[in-house]
Design a protein around this ligand. Structure first.
Ligand SMILES: [Zn+2]
Length: 504
C-alpha cells in the first residue's frame, strides 16, 4: 500500500533552490527522479491561511481564513479562527480511514488533535502546557531523549529583533531546531505505524526574514563589510534541511511518495508602504479628533480595550491559548501581535467619516453601504495606487490590485475588498499610520514572503510522473488522499493532481 511523506520547508523559495541545486544534492535527486515545480500560495502568502488550506484542501474563501486577522465593517478587526475545528483536515480524514498519521511541527495544529498516530503541534503553540502533543506518553519519551519540543524559533526571532540575542546565537538555535525536528521525526517514524507523515522545518522562514540583506548586494540594508560574515547564512540553512531530507528519504520504502513543499516563497523586502497614512492623505481615512498620536498600529498596543481583549480571549480560550496569551503574546506572535496594533488603529479612526482603511499585508476594506458607492471608492483607490513611484529611484512602481471576487470567488464571506501588491512584494504594505510619512525601511526584517512556494515530488517507481503546473496549495490534500487510496470528500474544492491514481 502506498504511503506519503511530506516535508514542509516553511517559506522555501523556488528561485533560491533552483539557483543552488548543486549545493542541495537531496533536493536535486528528488527533482531529477521526480519533479520540481512552483506551488502557488494564498493571497496574501501568509503562514496562517496557507497551512490551513494545505491541511483542508480548501481555498481561503471556502475557509473564511484570509490572513491572521480579518474584518467585517463596521465591526472591528478579529483574529481569524484558525482552530479548524469544524472543517475536516487531512489528519481527521486519514485517521477515519483507519490509516496512520504523523503530524510534526505543522503550523496551526495547536492544540494537538487525537489522531490515529501522533501529532506534535507547530506554531503558534504553548510549550508550557501539555496539549501540544498527542498521545501524552510521547511527551515523556521525547523528554527522555532531550527532545522536549521542536518549535522554539519564534521567541528567538523576537529576542533577536529586540537585541536580546545575537545573530550567531540565533543561527546556532536555527540549526539546533532543524536537528531536533529531524530527530523527533525519525523517532516517530520508528515508533508509530504511519501512512501519512507530515513534518515541517521552520528555520528556513525565520532565517530568510532576518538575514536576506546579507546575501542580496542590491538590498538597501546591505553593507559590504558586516555582510561578509552572514552572506551564506540562508544557503547554509537550506543545506542543513537538504541533509535532513536526505536522512528522512533514505528511511522510506519504494512505495512511498515523497513531497517537499513550502507554504509560500521568499524574496527581498526593500521597504514598506504605509497605506493608511496614504489613505489619510487622500481624505479617505479620517482619525478621531482626539487621536493624533505620532504613530498608530506599531504592533503591540499599550492599552488594550476591554471588548477586544474579551473577543481575543474567547477565541484563544476556544483553541486553548488563553493562558499563553496572557503570559507571552509579544514573544510568540509575529504578525499576530500586529492584530492588537490594528485594533488600536481601528479605535483611532473616525469610522463615520472614513471610506477606506487597510489591515496588514495590503488588505483594503471599503466602508460603504451600497455596492455602487463601494465601486466608486475602489476605482479612485485603484487610480491613485497606479500612480505610485519608487521612494528610492523615483521610478513608476508595478502595483497589482485585485478585487475580492478575483481573489476568492463569488461566494466568500469576509475578506478584503481590495488587495494590493507592490513590486511583487519587494515593498510590503503596512497598516501602520505615521502622519506625513508614506514609506519606511522595516527595522528588523529584510526578507518577506512571496506567492511562489515549492513543490518537489518523487513517486514510487510504478507511478507515472507528470510535471504539474499551476498547482495551488489546496490541491495537495486531495492529491495526498488519492495517493493513499482514500476517497476525496466531495466538499473539498482542491483538485487531485494527475499522475496519481484517483479513488472514487
Ligand atoms: Zn510560512
Amino acid at each position: 500500500m502506498p504511503r506519503v511523506c511530506v516535508v514542509g520547508l516553511d517559506g522555501a523559495s523556488a528561485d533560491l533552490i533552483q539557483e543552488n541545486l548543486e549545493r542541495l544534492p537531496n533536493l536535486r535527486a528528488i527533482a531529477t527522479q521526480g519533479m520540481f515545480t512552483v506551488l502557488h500560495s494564498t493571497k496574501p502568502p501568509m503562514t496562517c491561511p496557507a497551512w490551513a488550506c494545505f491541511m483542508t484542501g480548501q481555498p481561503p474563501g471556502a475557509l473564511g481564513i484570509y490572513d491572521w486577522e480579518d474584518m467585517r465593517l463596521p465591526n472591528p478587526p478579529r483574529l481569524s479562527d484558525w482552530s479548524l475545528r469544524h472543517v475536516p483536515t487531512l489528519w481527521d480524514i486519514v485517521s477515519a480511514a483507519g490509516k496512520g498519521v504523523l503530524a510534526i511541527n505543522v503550523p496551526l495544529t495547536y492544540p494537538a488533535r487525537e489522531v490515529n498516530g501522533a501529532m506534535i503541534s507547530g506554531f503558534p503553540v504553548l510549550a508550557r502546557q501539555q496539549d501540544w502533543i498527542f498521545p501524552q506518553e510521547l511527551r515523556a519519551r521525547l523528554c527522555q531523549l532531550g527532545l522536549h519540543h521542536v518549535q522554539e524559533l519564534n521567541p528567538d526571532t523576537f529576542r533577536l529583533r529586540l537585541g536580546a540575542l545575537d545573530e550567531d546565537e540565533f543561527l546556532s538555535h536555527a540549526s539546533q531546531s532543524i536537528q531536533k525536528t529531524l530527530a523527533v521525526t525519525q523517532h516517530c517514524m520508528k515508533n508509530y505505524h504511519w501512512d501519512l507523515l507530515v513534518t515541517v522545518f521552520v528555520a528556513t522562514d525565520r532565517v530568510q526574514h532576518l538575514f536576506w540583506h546579507y546575501m542580496d548586494v542590491a538590498h538597501p540594508k546591505h553593507k559590504a563589510v558586516p555582510s561578509e560574515k552572514h552572506k551564506n547564512a540562508i544557503i547554509r540553512i537550506y543545506e542543513e534541511v537538504d541533509r535532513a531530507i536526505g536522512a528522512l528519504a533514505c528511511a522510506l520504502d519504494e512505495d512511498t511518495y515523497l513531497f517537499v513543499i513550502s507554504d509560500h516563497g521568499f524574496g527581498p523586502l526593500y521597504g514598506s508602504f504605509l497605506i493608511n497614512s496614504w489613505l489619510m492623505e487622500l481624505g479617505l481615512l479620517k482619525l478621531k479628533r482626539r487621536s493624533r498620536p505620532s504613530t498608530i498600529g506599531l504592533g503591540i498596543t499599550r492599552s488594550l480595550d476591554k471588548p477586544f481583549v474579551a473577543q481575543l480571549s474567547r477565541l484563544m480560550d476556544k483553541i486553548g491559548l488563553l493562558g499563553f496569551v496572557r503570559r507571552a503574546l509579544p514573544a510568540w506572535l509575529g504578525s499576530g501581535g500586529a492584530v492588537l496594533g490594528i485594533r488600536e488603529l481601528f479605535d483611532s479612526i473616525d469610522l463615520e467619516a472614513t471610506q477606506a482603511l487597510a489591515l496588514s499585508n495590503g488588505k483594503i476594506y471599503i466602508n460603504a453601504r451600497r455596492e455602487e458607492e463601494k465601486e466608486i471608492v475602489a476605482q479612485s483607490i485603484r487610480d491613485e495606487l497606479l500612480q505610485l513611484t519608487d521612494p528610492l529611484s523615483g521610478h513608476h512602481l508595478d502595483v497589482q490590485i485585485l478585487t475580492k471576487r478575483e481573489l476568492y470567488g463569488d461566494s466568500c464571506s469576509g475578506g478584503p475588498d481590495l488587495y494590493v501588491v507592490i513590486e511583487n512584494y519587494k515593498y510590503s504594505v503596512s497598516s501602520k499610520i505615521v502622519p506625513g510619512r508614506l514609506w519606511e525601511v522595516p527595522a528588523s526584517v529584510s526578507g518577506a514572503h512571496r506567492e511562489e512556494g515549492i513543490l518537489l515530488m518523487k513517486g514510487p517507481p510504478a507511478a507515472q510522473t507528470v510535471l504539474w503546473e499551476n498547482v495551488h496549495i489546496w490541491d495537495l490534500a486531495p492529491t495526498i488522499l488519492s495517493a493513499l487510496e482514500i476517497p476525496v470528500p466531495a466538499k473539498i474544492q482542491g483538485k487531485a493532481l494527475a499522475g496519481i491514481p484517483t479513488v472514487i
